[in-house]
Write a protein that binds this ligand. Structure first.
Ligand code: 2DT
Ligand code: MG
Length: 201
């Protein structure tokens, strides 16, 4: 009966150790595809992975463009899922791309242009974790970009990117509590309008 509702494009954003990648949407009757960005499984993602693990070097500009290209690699897949009623959950998206590059001091207009035309999220769930709880969740790993100083700048920059379709999620709680918060938001999304494209970030 009735037409199949389109899938939702749901983005998880937040700092490292906010629990983004631990959250899955196990909702009744919904199929979910989960895409982490950077998606290290693609050819471009492999280059990013090598950079992050300090195996190769490249300029900040080249890295920024690779992160953008890595998202564009998955656009067809995202659109296909959405149109067939499958929800897509992305761990990070254009907002991480913009926040990290702005925090490094790359020119704002150039940075923000890189993701124009990407599918617009139905919701960005911003996982907010207090510095105290983040600390308890363990230290940083060995990868590039995992320094306290850059994280502090990214946190400030992220706040400036807030849009009407952002929702803050208190990520200090345990996995089940946070999942409950996420479910409540996702269950109330209005999916009657077609997926839009970002005209600005
Ligand atoms: P993960 O730890 O989530 O794998 O990310 N990053 C990510 C950017 O600088 N720009 C981007 O566009 C994206 C998606 C955040 C690895 C690091 O890559 C950073 C941390
Ligand atoms: Mg990481």
């Amino acid at each position: 009966m009735g037409e199949t509702k389109r899938g939702a494009l749901i983005i998880f954003e937040g700092l490292d150790r906010s629990g983004k990648s631990t959250q899955y949407l196990r909702s009744k009757g919904r199929t979910v595809e989960f895409i982490p960005f950077p998606d290290r499984s693609t050819p471009i993602g492999k280059l990013i992975d090598m950079y992050l693990r300090r195996e190769i070097d490249m300029s900040e500009e080249a890295l920024h463009l690779l992160f953008c290209a890595n998202r564009r690699e998955r656009v067809d897949f995202i659109q296909e899922c959405i149109s067939t009623g499958i929800d897509v959950v992305c761990d990070r998206y254009a907002y991480s791309g913009v926040a990290y590059s702005l925090a490094k001091g790359l020119p704002a207009d150039w940075v923000r242009a890189g993701d124009v035309g990407m599918p617009q999220p139905d919701v960005v769930l911003f996982f907010e974790v207090s510095p105290e709880v983040a600390c308890q969740r363990g230290g940083f790993g060995e990868e590039r970009l995992e320094t306290g100083e850059l994280q502090r700048k990214v946190r400030e920059t992220m706040k400036l990117l807030r849009k009407p379709f952002w929702q803050m999620v208190n990520a200090d709680g345990d996995v089940q509590t946070v999942e409950g918060e996420v479910r409540a938001i996702v269950d109330h999304l209005d999916l009657h309008l077609p997926l839009q494209l970002l005209d600005q970030i």
